[in-house]
Design a protein around this ligand. Structure first.
Ligand code: F6P
Length: 363
């Protein structure tokens, strides 16, 4: 193994730099191998300035930094890329160009650090012959085949801190605070932060809720002398018989953008309870900041394991945490079914036992 490539794609997550650092240190120090970084996901292969040689000097000091020194793109799908031809925007498949650029770089392996979308592209490229290794990244924790993705723990810390802060002001003003959290179609951030922060109501995509039931829970608390309530609401939460709420529709390039369910819940509670309500959207704060020690630890283990996997020729596979050990699974297995909250697992039972309400009727 003489030359490895690495790119980061999709939405950023704290810990990306820790992966890059671990890849470079392991490749250089253990295998005497050169590493090339590609800027802004797969776009780096289309740009003459898109490649950066990464040595020990380039990765010095980046371990605690959020974001990614390589940049990222969440609309850089080589199989569907928007290009302007004769002043008209068209969607083109430029994967042939990417494959040619990868071949020209003489890579013995390409480490792709990404979430669901980026890893799907990696898998398609693998099917066409590119020696790809996947590293699972996302604050949503929704990738199959692995117990956890790096970035999730940092987002969870930020979300829990927000709930803690909302508690004191909610209690002082006897208000309802609705905190909308990220997570796409998986409720992990809201569930874990809601339990860790002692939320009264948690709404997640996996459990469709009823507005009336949520309002009743808030009023029950008021009747019991608890004149404030904290709601942790996943952006993907949906009312029974209704659909998810989007702030922007999707097209061939962009996924539809979730957002707005918190406002709808807040408005309903203002109109149907006696309680004053405020809505807070935590948004991209969940993606920023320095990674927690857990995320740095996991990201470092993933990066080092990805290089070892490349050296062993384990292409088409993704590093993964299973039974607390870093192992690897095929990209096909990881991408087969997106991970979501297990409704039969102990987490939901525990939360219900704590008196947390999920907006359904079974309290
Ligand atoms: O997948 C990570 C994530 O932060 C989701 O939780 C959220 O729905 C989405 O990305 C936001 O994406 P963007 O960066 O395009 O606003």
């Amino acid at each position: 193994m003489k030359r490895l490539g690495i790119l980061t794609g999709g939405g950023d997550a704290p810990g990306l730099n820790a992966v890059i650092r671990a890849v470079v240190k392991t490749a250089v120090q253990v295998y005497g191998c050169e590493v090339l970084g590609f800027r802004d996901g797969f776009d780096g292969f289309l740009d003459p300035e898109g490649v950066i040689p990464l040595g020990l000097r380039e990765v010095r000091g980046i371990l605690p930094r959020g974001g990614t020194i390589l940049g990222t793109a969440n609309r850089g799908n080589p199989f569907a890329r928007k290009v302007v031809i004769d002043g008209r925007e068209v969607v083109e498949d430029v994967s042939g160009q990417i494959m040619e650029a990868i071949r020209k770089q003489g890579l013995d392996g390409l480490i792709v650090v990404g979430g669901d979308g980026t890893l799907r592209i990696a898998r398609e490229l693998f099917d066409k012959g590119v020696p790809v290794i996947g590293v699972p990244k996302t604050i949503d924790n929704d990738i199959g085949g692995t117990e956890i993705t790096f970035g999730f723990d940092t987002a969870l810390n930020t979300a829990t801190e927000a709930i803690d802060k909302l508690h004191t002001t909610a209690e002082s003003h006897h208000r309802v605070m609705v905190l909308e959290l990220m997570g796409r179609d998986a409720g992990f951030i809201a569930l874990h932060a809601g339990v860790a922060g002692g939320a009264d109501v948690i709404l997640i995509p996996e459990i469709p809720f009823r507005y009336e039931a949520v309002a009743r829970k808030v009023m029950q608390r008021v009747e019991r002398g608890r004149a404030f309530s904290i709601l942790a609401v996943s952006e993907g939460a949906q009312p029974q018989g209704g659909g998810q709420v989007f702030s922007r529709s999707g097209d061939e390039i962009y996924l539809p953008r979730l957002g707005g369910v918190g406002q709808l819940v807040g408005k309903y509670l203002e109109e149907h309870t006696s309680q004053e309500t405020r809505v807070i959207v935590l948004g991209h704060l969940q993606r920023g900041g320095t990674p927690t020690p857990f995320d740095r630890w996991l990201a470092t283990r993933y990066g080092a394991a990805a290089v070892r996997l490349a050296a062993a020729g384990g292409f088409g596979r993704m590093v993964a945490l299973r039974n607390a050990r870093v192992e690897d699974v095929t990209l096909a297995e990881a991408l087969a079914i997106p991970k979501c909250v297990d409704l039969e697992g102990d987490a939901i039972r525990t939360a219900r036992g704590m008196g947390i309400f999920f907006g359904d009727e079974t309290q």
